[in-house]
Design a protein around this ligand. Structure first.
Ligand code: DAH
Length: 359
């Protein structure tokens, strides 16, 4: 049996705990510290709770004053606690706001909108024009096989383009026929293999050749291939289509000149030129005084090519063209060095902001 509690001792404990509690609450600098102080002063294991629990053991006579004092002390502690908590909450709010403060007088961060790459601008324009003429835009793989890149295009095995001098072959065991496409023409084959005539497609994309890097040449450049196959397509359709296209792209006064040339997959084949859009055809530095800019090749699809894809050359005819557009973009935008197209220099690219957004 423990001795009955001493009421005087209990009253002293209550006073001491009141003083201790008030000072701990006042000292708490954060809500967390205040919660710890609360547990220390009013928690189950605190001296105050001990007194509270012992009330029942006191005599009737002692219980009244001790009980009353217990209530007073509890109320005093709880109200001090509540006030301190409110004050700390205000303080916390204020410091959060302070940390979050935005100085609206500082200059804003400038947005730097992106821009289309000059090649993309020209590519979109080209595809737009052909789409309006009823062509479909398709894209093909940049890793090709010799069949699509050469054989089916009537390019014989001993053709010089097939040597390592021109062509970048892949080093894939068991697939010595894989290469980076040297032109977009293989997509003529892939398109015709996949569908019967009529065919009207353009194919923009990257092509690869083993070239030295200079201001004018890169081992990677861009072509757009065109292919039209149907019954009754003639050389006049080729010329009219190219002329309509060049005038839409480079100005209504442009002329197209087709001069005989050889490409194994067309017969007849033509070198394709457009009158210079810098000087209007009078002759200038850009066109080396000739008045004409070379843009690529074109011609009537060779019967061997139609046969290679299972089209009947007696019934169908077509034309094809291939056009390099790196140089067109350079002349059009006055870009002096082709390497600028590859350097991703923001100072260069920013100059095209806002151009060509329509596509
Ligand atoms: N593929 C040829 C090249 O890269 C360009 C070409 C010429 C494409 C004549 C054609 C064409 O479609 O008919 O050099």
């Amino acid at each position: 049996m423990t001795a009955p509690p001493d009421p005087d001792q209990a009253l002293r404990t209550l006073d001491a705990e009141l003083a201790r509690g008030l000072s701990l609450f006042a000292e708490a600098r954060t809500i967390e510290e205040l919660e710890l102080a609360e547990i220390g002063v009013l928690g189950r294991k605190a001296p105050f709770s001990g007194v509270q629990r012992s009330l029942g053991e006191l005599s009737q006579e002692d219980r009244r004053p001790v009980g009353q004092r217990t209530n007073e002390v509890r109320e005093a502690l709880q109200s001090a606690l509540g006030e301190r908590r409110a004050a700390l909450e205000v303080q916390r709010e204020r410091s959060l706001l302070e940390a979050d403060r935005i100085d609206v007088t500082l200059p804003g961060r400038r947005l730097r909108p992106g821009s289309l790459h000059p090649l993309t601008i020209v590519q979109y324009e080209i595809c737009d024009i052909f789409t309006r003429m009823g062509y479909r835009v398709v894209e093909g793989p940049e890793v090709e096989d010799e069949w699509h890149n050469f054989d089916a295009l009537n390019i014989p095995p001993d053709h010089p383009a097939r040597t390592m001098m021109d062509t970048i072959y892949l080093d894939v065991p068991a697939r010595p026929d894989l290469l980076l496409r040297t032109h977009t023409s293989p997509m003529q084959i892939r398109t015709m293999e996949a569908q019967p005539p009529p065919v009207f497609v353009v194919v923009p994309g990257r092509v690869y050749r083993n070239e030295e890097i200079t201001a004018k040449n890169m081992p990677v450049f861009h072509q757009v291939e065109g292919l039209a196959v149907d019954e009754g397509i003639t050389f006049a359709d080729l010329k009219g289509t190219l002329q309509t296209f060049m005038r839409a792209l480079l100005g209504p006064d442009r002329e197209v000149r087709l001069t005989p040339s050889f490409f194994p997959f067309v017969e007849p084949g033509a070198q394709t030129e457009v009158s210079c859009f810098v000087c209007g055809g009078k002759g200038c530095r850009t066109c080396a005084g000739t008045g004409w800019l070379e843009t690529g090749g074109s011609g009537m699809v060779h019967p061997h090519v139609l046969e290679a894809v299972g089209y009947d050359p007696e019934r169908y005819s077509g034309f094809a063209f291939g056009l390099g557009y790196d140089r067109l973009a350079m002349i059009r935008f006055g870009i002096p060095d082709i390497r600028l197209l590859w350097e991703s220099d923001a100072r260069f690219l920013q100059q095209f902001q806002g151009l060509g957004a329509s596509a």
